[in-house]
Write a protein that binds this ligand. Structure first.
Ligand code: NDP
Ligand code: MG
Length: 392
């Protein structure tokens, strides 16, 4: 019986994880959950799973849950520090990092510090703090299993004894597939009119709002190139990207002899999450099986960098190194939020991201405190730029 701490239990990754836990009560106990604003959903999860601990990071939600639960089975905690303490609890066997954005960074580092098995969905923490997380994992023995479908696919195509944080042997390069989001075939002339509702309506995957917008700008693929760079210790030039609108091949490992191993499946996050929870053992999950005849064809295209400049920004951030990815990640969170609240247009996202990247000096990554300070500074400047309407 593995005790699971599910961070971001009220989100999309939380939903898919709970769906698997429900099917395997003999293997897993949902020991702890975290929630932010959705206290109603957190209450339902508390009633259903009766976790030992619940961490809530919004004051309003904390109050609401405190009033609703009776003292007894579940202990309620408040704040980001409580998240860090929770993941370090000796009782916790596995941490599912399903918080969105850099809000998930500190708990990812805390879990790594405690040497936990970390099932990583929160890519932003590796993008911004990969230089801290990966060496720390080596030191503490924390096993980091990627849940992001592309990285999980690569992990599935590497030998059973492969551990993230080292360059895989006999591998020439990696290819990450990208669905291309909702706009890969839309002419650039029509990008001006893209609305938040159109951008979050992903054609293949059902995900949270932030990652859906990132998929639409291809920033998500850019963040994933950075994520792959850290997890698999591969240079940027050896991480290719191909647009594959059917989202059937989830990514490919190219070995030095020309052999290519790929992982295929329906676009359902239960598949990578099952592989993570099973720690490479296969767990049935009730997801749909792939029907190749119904699918009939698989398409591949080169990404269009004029329509999707965010991908090149991410590649540039790897080449610059140091805190460049911290800056890119932070400004992107602000520009996506501003787009979702209709303060800026879709094509302002790459413009603001690029403008802020140009404005900040790059330093060596030293500590979480330094990253957090830069993150805050970038957010403040990006917000100011948006309020002043200076989007380029
Ligand atoms: P959602 O928006 O659906 O869920 C986000 C979760 O994070 C919610 O539980 C939310 O709580 C919580 N949260 C939000 N803000 C904070 C905060 N400031 N402090 C603590 N918790 C917070 O996102 P997804 O589930 O889609 O994505 C989660 C992560 O997984 C992201 O990093 C994403 O890139 C990654 N990922 C997601 C995939 C997917 O299919 N969804 C695929 C691959 C990667 P509440 O709802 O209570 O406010
Ligand atoms: Mg992905």
């Amino acid at each position: 019986m593995k005790k699971v701490a599910l961070l971001g239990a009220t989100g999309s990754i939380g939903d898919s994880t709970c769906a698997i836990l429900r099917k395997h009560p003999e293997h897993f106990k949902l020991y702890a959950i975290s929630a932010h604003s959705n206290w109603q959903k957190a209450l339902k999860l508390i009633q259903e799973f009766k976790p030992r601990h619940v961490v809530v990071t919004s004051q309003e939600s904390h109050r609401a849950i405190q009033q609703a639960i009776k003292p007894g089975l579940t202990e309620l905690h408040f704040g980001a520090n409580a998240l860090d303490a929770l993941v370090q609890e000796p009782e916790v066997d596995m941490v599912v990092a399903g918080i969105v954005g850099s809000a998930g960074m500190s708990s990812v580092l805390a879990a790594t510090h405690a040497g936990k098995t970390l099932l990583l969905a929160n890519k932003e923490s590796i993008v911004a703090a990969g230089a801290l997380v990966m060496p720390l994992a080596k030191k503490t023995g924390a096993q980091i299993i990627p849940l992001d479908s592309e990285h999980n696919a690569l992990y599935q195509c590497l030998p059973q004894d492969y551990q993230t944080g080292s360059r895989p042997k006999q591998v020439s390069h990696l290819t990450l597939t990208a669905s291309g989001g909702p706009f890969w075939s839309k002419p650039l002339s029509e990008f001006e009119a893209i609305t938040p509702a159109q951008a979050v309506a992903h054609p293949q995957w059902d995900m949270g709002a932030k990652i859906s917008v990132d998929s639409a700008t291809l920033m998500n693929k850019g963040l994933e190139v950075i994520e792959a760079h850290w997890l698999f210790q591969m240079p940027e030039k050896d991480i290719k990207v191909v647009v594959h609108p059917q989202s059937t091949i989830h990514s490919l490992v190219h070995y030095i002899d020309g052999s290519v191993l790929a992982q295929l499946g329906t676009p359902d996050m239960q598949i990578p999450i099952s592989y993570g929870l099973g720690m490479r053992d296969r767990l049935s999950n009730g997801g749909a099986f792939l029907d190749l005849i119904a699918l009939s064809r698989l398409d591949f295209l080169a990404p269009d960098e004029a329509k999707f400049p965010c991908l090149a920004l991410a590649r540039a951030a790897i080449k610059s190194g140091g805190t460049a990815a911290v800056i890119l990640n932070a400004v992107n969170e602000i520009s996506v939020a501003a787009f979702l609240s209709k303060q800026i247009k879709f094509m302002d996202i790459p413009k603001i991201n690029a403008a802020i990247m140009d404005r900040f000096e790059i330093a060596q990554v030293e500590s979480l405190a330094q990253i957090t300070a830069i993150d805050q500074e970038v957010r403040a400047l990006a917000q100011q730029m948006i309020l002043q309407g200076k989007t380029s």
